[in-house]
Design a protein around this ligand. Structure first.
Ligand SMILES: [Zn+2]
Length: 368
């Protein structure tokens, strides 16, 4: 049985890898969604499109608020040609998206294929989108904000490593700051108003409030700030009158994007001639260890793997932030694999079958 399932998952994965579903190939994004719809043709499917990004939700709950919502994305980052032809060696499959996340997608397709035969069908749904690698606003963001999809619990097999269950993720704010001042000759700076100087002072204000590296915390579960870009001026002997800076703020719960934005506003108000705008924001997520779904999921994961399974934290933003914004607790996990976004992305095929078993047993615990 396990071999049968692994074979089925591998078939789906190979078919998905061959679809070159990168952001610059809209017709391939549609092909990926069409493939899922064709595989799960016996299930109720709700298809959507937002700004050219197709998505689909297979809903067995009939309520738009399933007990458990599985979330996957069918898009991948660009790759070399050969990476779109899957290659199997031993227990590994190489190809773009093998781990991120067409491997997990293949598991979800195989899982929902089997759910069609369950009686009663469990109150769950599968959401598949095509824009996660370019921000998720027209995928999970659109589906929860515009189409009203909710859930009691979200499962996103798109992060972490080797089945570690991610229960916390940092929030993020990307912001651009522009400063205006007065140009003058560098020999008489008192006659001007240095725009770059304003941004440097602002940056130092934010930086001084956050831990400096090395911080001594191996998890680095603290706020971070990255100065991603700083532009202004053109010569050493000229005071610049305009400048621009882009910052990346990350923060764990319970801080919210609102708290962070208030901090920015207060700091900007202290420096004359600076304006700012958020470029993108995402809430942190935190799922309590007391959550009953999390506890059941953890138990079946340890049963299936025959070992202890740890909880973990994720630094990068994921689609989990859109669920967090709606108060939906969620978890994130990956099977075994590596090389995400690189030239040698791979996944361990038996670990995909294990992921399938974990999901299947987890859903059995929901059955009456
Ligand atoms: Zn640190």
């Amino acid at each position: 049985m396990t071999e049968g399932i692994q074979q089925r998952i591998t078939e789906h994965l190979m078919n998905l890898v061959r679809i070159r579903s990168t952001a610059d190939r809209p017709e391939e994004l549609h092909r990926a969604v069409d493939y899922a719809v064709q595989v799960l043709q016996d299930l109720p499917a709700h298809r959507y499109e937002s700004n050219g990004k197709p998505s689909v939700v297979f809903d067995l709950s009939g309520s738009k608020t399933p007990e458990v919502l599985f979330v996957g994305h069918l898009d991948v980052v660009p790759a070399e040609d050969h990476q779109f032809e899957p290659r199997i060696e031993g227990s590994r499959l190489w190809g773009r998206g093998a781990l991120d996340m067409k491997g997990p997608d293949a598991v979800l397709l195989a899982l929902f294929e089997t759910l069609a035969a369950w009686s009663p069908r469990p109150p769950v749904a599968l959401m598949l989108t095509t824009d996660e690698e370019v921000g998720g606003e027209n995928g999970v963001g659109y589906l929860v904000n515009q189409e009203g999809w909710r859930a009691r619990f979200g499962v996103i097999p798109d992060g972490g490593e080797n089945f570690t269950i991610i229960t916390e993720g940092k929030g993020v704010v990307h912001a651009v700051f522009t400063a205006h001042g007065k140009a003058t000759h560098g020999s008489m700076p008192w006659q001007g108003d240095n725009a770059l100087d304003k941004l440097v002072r602002l940056y130092e204000t934010f930086r001084s409030r956050r831990p400096q590296e090395p911080c001594g915390d191996p998890e680095h579960w603290h706020e971070t700030l990255t100065l991603g870009s700083l532009h202004g001026g053109d010569a050493p002997n000229r005071v610049p009158d305009t400048a621009e800076m882009k910052l990346d703020f990350r923060f764990p719960a319970p801080k919210t994007t609102r708290d962070l934005i208030r901090e920015i506003e207060e700091a900007v108000a202290q420096v004359k001639g600076v304006e700012w705008q958020p470029l993108s924001t995402g809430e942190p997520f935190y799922t309590s260890p007391d959550n009953p779904h999390l506890q059941r999921f953890h138990r079946v994961a340890e049963e299936v793997l025959g070992r202890t399974v740890a909880f973990g934290k994720e630094h990068g933003a994921t689609d989990g932030r859109f669920l967090a914004e709606k108060g939906i607790p969620c978890i994130i996990l990956y099977p075994v694999g590596g090389g995400i976004h690189g030239p040698d992305e791979w996944v361990d095929l038996p670990s995909l079958a294990q992921l399938f078993r974990i999901f299947e047993r987890f859903l059995q615990t929901l059955q009456p």
